[in-house]
Design a binder for this molecule. Structure first.
Ligand code: ADP
Length: 647
């Protein structure tokens, strides 16, 4: 098996430059993965870390189930093809391909079989006796591929292998490499800065920028569901059109208005069902994006109409691209800050410069991003829902249900905005909902339900069965059958807000504890060369204030490998699930500030040095102080100053 796992991989070069930050992904056997992004974004560095040509600063690389961080490149069972194919000029094609195998002392017969097979696959059998200088660029690149193929590696790594070739040859070789992948049935990881190459070759694509992964997805999902404005703009030609816009919820529609234009559209709510509620106030600035193929010069094509003024038309033969200006007012005058658009249209269309034309838009494909973070405000699996709720005598009415609030959440009567994280919603429970159906988002199941008119998307576990009941009403022939289900909400994760202020805060899912790492020595009896000797061994302790606990050896050695001496200088942060903290006999002394009583569960809110830590406690707990025990399994450890995940 040649699956490749990258777990929180970082690369910091000796000069301090962080080239790759927190890169995590699982590459399945036989996938064709493309790393794409502008020059300098960290693609090659990541590939070279997989190859073993660069050390991995932090994180874990696993190939075929084996941790590879410290395995020599030659023992990783991978082959790499570079942009610069660097063939030996004095050797024939045959010798170039056989060279690596000879170094590995493979038998002559085996080498001969492999070279001939590879030559056959690549269609270069007739060139085996030729020298590289007698061949074209494309043929030489094929020999470079052949050199990799003969090794029969588990994983192929290709670093911009086509960028030295001219455009026509590149297109032809692109198709050949895809075919090769199908023939060889092995894992391919391919680096390119060309989004067209990525979109046409990858089964999945990793889009990178400034050392950070932006999105890992199929070509279709990157195109249709970009996670931020960068991905939206990077993928697709011509580039997506962007506008400053505002959104306002009005009954069953959402009013979308483009800044500096008269364009205003009443979009059905179901088109924008996943948009974060906080952006629908008509005030917050958002960035709207629409691809050129979703604007048409045929006014009958789509239902939303707008006017624009043509700047010029580019006839590309198969189609035309119209460059126009959306920012015109009702008198057809261009406004001060223009809003440029590119519209795809049938070839041969002509317009006068400055001609005002009417176009139609398909707003089903409207993309929306936060104006500052530039992240999508309509993620495929939303993180939070915001719903209106009312509290009366400590009973919360939301989503058509009445939910008694636990003692900790008791609050004044009145109306609240309730924030519900999607992870707090599950199937089965007291809240009735309509079940609309199930979908798959990145291989994960997600259900769509409607509770009291509010559309909710709920992630479902792989094996989970959802209980539904179908009611067929037959009062009138128009009545459709409705499928019902029931859902529940874990109240402790709700936030109750009034005028934007949190009146009742959600229980955190994770605790964070900051401290320092110190090195100590312990005296142990150890067998050295068959004799029992007293030796001093290093041990590492995590200290918070005046107290410390020993760090398990496995964790401390990973911390040292990733962070080096920095770990003794910098602030180290432990991040662990609330239920990985417990009341212990020995541990850090934490002062109990408050008890959070959720009825069936109780937590002590404790102060530990400068952190607030939540700890599950027994029902009858009423102490002022606890000894905090921490479970190191599954914990993440960060160097806060260096901003890097050590474990
Ligand atoms: P890409 O392949 O996406 O063009 P690279 O992975 O080559 O990007 O480089 C990522 C960043 O790391 C760039 O800023 C580059 O200048 C820097 N870099 C690459 N190699 C080294 C090195 N050996 N030492 C220091 N910085 C480097």
């Amino acid at each position: 098996m040649a699956d490749v796992k990258l777990n929180h991989i970082y690369k910091v070069y000796p000069n301090g430059l962080k080239a790759v930050n927190d890169f995590s992904m699982e590459i399945e056997d036989k996938e064709f993965i493309v790393f794409v992004g502008p020059s300098g974004c960290g693609k090659s560095t990541t590939l070279r870390m997989i190859a073993g040509l660069e050390d991995i600063t932090a994180g874990e690389l696993v190939i075929g189930g084996t941790v590879m961080n410290y395995v020599e490149p030659k023992d990783r069972d991978i082959a790499m093809v570079f942009q610069n194919y660097a063939l030996y000029p004095h050797m024939t094609v045959y010798e170039n391909m056989a060279f690596g195998l000879r170094l590995r002392r493979m038998s002559k017969e085996e080498i001969d079989t492999r070279v001939k097979e590879a030559a056959e696959i690549l269609g270069i059998t007739d060139y085996l006796k030729k020298k590289p200088k007698e061949m074209s660029g494309g043929q030489r690149q094929r020999v470079a591929l052949g050199r990799a193929i003969v090794r029969e590696p588990k994983v192929f790594l290709l670093d911009e292998p086509l960028s030295n070739l001219d455009a026509k040859l590149r297109t032809a070789m692109r198709a050949e490499i895809s075919k090769l992948h199908k023939k060889l049935k092995t894992t391919f990881i391919y680096v390119t800065h060309d989004q067209v190459e990525a979109m046409t070759m990858g089964t999945r694509i990793v889009v990178m920028k400034d050392g950070y992964v932006q999105q890992i997805d199929t070509p279709g999902n990157l195109y249709n569901h970009p996670c931020n404005k960068f991905v939206a703009g990077f993928i697709g030609t011509p580039q997506m059109n962007f506008f400053n816009a505002k959104l306002k919820r009005e009954d069953k529609i959402i009013k979308v208005s483009f800044e500096n234009t008269d364009a205003e559209f009443n979009v059905p709510q179901r088109y924008l069902a996943k948009v974060d509620e906080n952006y629908l106030d008509g005030e917050k600035q958002v960035i709207a994006g629409i691809r050129s193929e979703h604007i048409s010069v045929d006014t009958e094509m789509f239902s939303f109409k707008a006017k624009c003024r043509v700047s010029y038309v580019e006839d590309l033969g198969v189609e035309s691209q119209i460059y126009a200006d959306f920012a015109i007012n009702s008198e057809d005058a261009v406004l001060e800050s223009p809003t440029k658009v590119i519209i795809k249209s049938p070839a041969g269309i002509t317009y006068e410069t400055d001609e005002v034309i009417e176009v139609s838009l398909d707003l089903k494909y409207l993309h929306l991003f936060d104006a500052e973070t530039e992240n999508t405000i309509a993620p495929r699996i939303p993180e939070n829902y915001s719903v209106k709720g009312e509290v009366k005598s400590n009973v919360l009415s939301i989503l058509g249900a009445k939910l008694p609030l636990p003692p900790t959440m008791s609050t004044e009567d009145g109306e609240y905005e309730v924030r519900i994280p999607v992870t707090a919603i599950s199937f089965g429970g007291d809240i009735k909902a309509e079940f609309s159906g199930e979908d798959k988002v990145n291989e994960k199941r997600i259900a769509e339900v409607v509770a009291d008119g509010k559309i909710l998307f709920i992630p479902i576990a792989d094996e989970e069965k959802i209980e539904v009941k179908t009611n067929t009403k037959s009062k009138t022939s128009n009545d459709k059958s409705i499928t019902f289900c029931s859902i529940s909400i874990d109240l402790k994760y709700l936030t109750l807000l009034r005028n934007g202020e949190a009146v009742c805060a959600a229980m955190p899912v994770q605790n964070s504890i900051s401290g320092k790492v110190i090195k100590t020595k312990v005296v142990v009896q150890k067998e050295v060369k068959g004799k029992l000797k007293t030796v001093k061994e290093p041990r590492y302790r995590f200290t918070v204030g005046e107290e410390s606990v020993e760090i398990p050896e496995e964790i401390s050695s990973k911390m040292l490998k990733s962070g080096g001496k920095n770990i003794f200088r910098d602030i180290i942060e432990l991040r662990l699930a609330v239920n990985c903290c417990y009341v212990a006999e020995e541990g850090f002394t934490a002062t109990v500030v408050k008890i959070a009583d959720y009825g069936n569960e109780k937590f002590a809110e404790c102060s530990l040095n400068e952190d607030t830590v939540f700890v599950p406690v027994a029902e009858d707990f009423d102490g002022n102080e606890i000894k905090l025990g921490i479970n190191w399994d599954g914990m993440s450890v960060y160097d806060k100053d260096f901003d890097i995940r050590l474990v």
